[in-house]
Ligand binder design. Sequence first.
Ligand SMILES: [Zn+2]
Length: 146
Amino acid sequence: MPATVTLSPDNFAQALADSGLRNTPQREVIYSILLKKRDHPTADEVYARVKAELPTISLATVYNCLEALVNCNLVRAVNFEREPTRYCPNLHPHAHFHDETAGSTHDIDLPPGLLEQVRAILPPGYDASSIEISFRGRTAPEAATR
Ligand SMILES: [Zn+2]
């Protein structure tokens, strides 16, 4: 498993507060669902999982919660062309690999210093606020079941 960085419940509430957001039971449950199964679910998949714990929650609320978690940098929105947005709670810098055959998305650890090297290729005067590294392709069957 790639290295991950996650937050304690206190830090979770603090991260929301730092962004001017309240902690709500829905936000907490959705965050815990993202932590529980790190397969980069879509909003629809999160909705299906959260209904087991919060049967009355609406899809709109799920979207709002995910947006709040992304806005306070607790969760990354992961986008692949022509695919719905996926959500990732791994705060460690990492790349994503999207398996086009299986439809699954995997975390890929980056070697130390790689992001700095990538940032260094920018011409003078360009300041990147984020760098996304993503791969598309396929994984061998034995690798995909890790
Ligand atoms: Zn990820």
